[in-house]
Design a protein around this ligand. Structure first.
Ligand SMILES: [Zn+2]
Length: 59
């Protein structure tokens, strides 16, 4: 196993952790006005790309 030869400085720790932030989730606004995740059916009205998917598909 690789063993570090000296302790990483606070500066190097900060450089490493500069990539650790969490990105804000992408939110779109549906035509009905409610916030919606991209590539997902609107939870409020059931519309996605101009079609309504609120009803269960016929089988
Ligand atoms: Zn909607």
């Amino acid at each position: 196993m690789a063993v570090q030869q000296s302790k990483k400085s606070k500066s190097k720790k900060g450089m490493r952790r500069s990539h650790h932030r969490v990105a804000a989730p992408a939110v779109l606004l549906c035509q009905c006005g409610s916030p919606t995740a991209p590539h997902a059916v609107c939870p409020a009205c059931g519309n996605y790309r101009g079609r309504n998917y609120s009803a269960a598909p016929a089988e």
